[in-house]
Design a binder for this molecule. Structure first.
Ligand code: AMP
Length: 205
């Protein structure tokens, strides 16, 4: 069909330059790896929202919402919230327009079913850049004990590290097999780790 002159006079669509492609980032790291700090800094620097599922859940608990009541006990124990519920929370959050230029996910996906659900959410949204911070277990326990969050008690810390090894390390394998992930040494100072994240993202873009 011929286009009418009216449609020809419409402004041309803006085609983003390759460099403006959305920055869709997943940041992994065991509890205590400094992931939250790095995520805050990266999202501020790049103007993309940080989506921290832990923060969303803790806020719900503090505000006493229905979601908060449903997850409070799970958070206290350091266990994982149900995949279906987490997938719904993240899907709804990614639908908000502020994610159009990208986003940084902190704390999701934490299980292989969550990673599969994220893949489905990412169809037609461009690729993911996945970064994992590696920190040795002894260092994590020391850092977490110093942090003093309500789920940072010794027994809960150990439970969260066990769950990370059991449920979340397979997610790192899942992305490794697809050649999508960069693993970075998280033992360095926050500034050095931040520079290595910037470099890894620039390479992966
Ligand atoms: P975080 O702040 O990422 O360490 O998360 C704190 C707590 O929230 C975790 O120990 C879990 O109980 C819960 N949580 C956060 N994200 C997820 C997720 N993707 N799947 C299941 N539980 C989660």
């Amino acid at each position: 069909m011929f286009q009418s002159s009216a449609s020809l006079s419409r402004p041309l669509p803006i085609v983003p330059a390759a460099d403006d492609a959305p920055l869709n980032i997943v940041l992994f790291g065991p509890p205590g790896a400094g992931k939250g700090t790095q995520a805050d800094r990266f999202s501020a620097r790049h103007g993309i929202p940080k989506i921290s599922t832990g923060e969303i859940l803790r806020k719900a608990v503090d505000e006493g919402t229905g979601l908060g009541a449903a997850v409070a006990d799970t958070l206290r124990r350091g266990a994982l919230v149900d995949d279906g519920l987490m997938n719904r929370i993240v899907r709804a959050r990614l639908e908000r327009p502020d994610t159009a230029g990208g986003f940084l996910l902190d704390g999701f996906p934490r299980t292989v079913p969550q990673a599969r659900a994220l893949d489905a959410m990412m169809e037609e949204r461009g690729g993911l850049i996945v970064i994992a911070l590696h920190v040795m277990a002894d260092v994590l326990v020391d850092r977490l004990a110093a942090r003093g969050r309500s789920d940072d008690k010794q027994s809960v810390i150990r439970e969260r590290l066990r769950i990370y090894a059991r449920e979340t390390e397979p997610v790192i394998d899942y992305y490794t097999k697809r050649g999508l992930i960069t693993v970075l040494d998280g033992h360095y100072s926050p500034d050095v780790v931040f520079q290595s994240i910037e470099a890894a993202v620039a390479r992966a873009k």
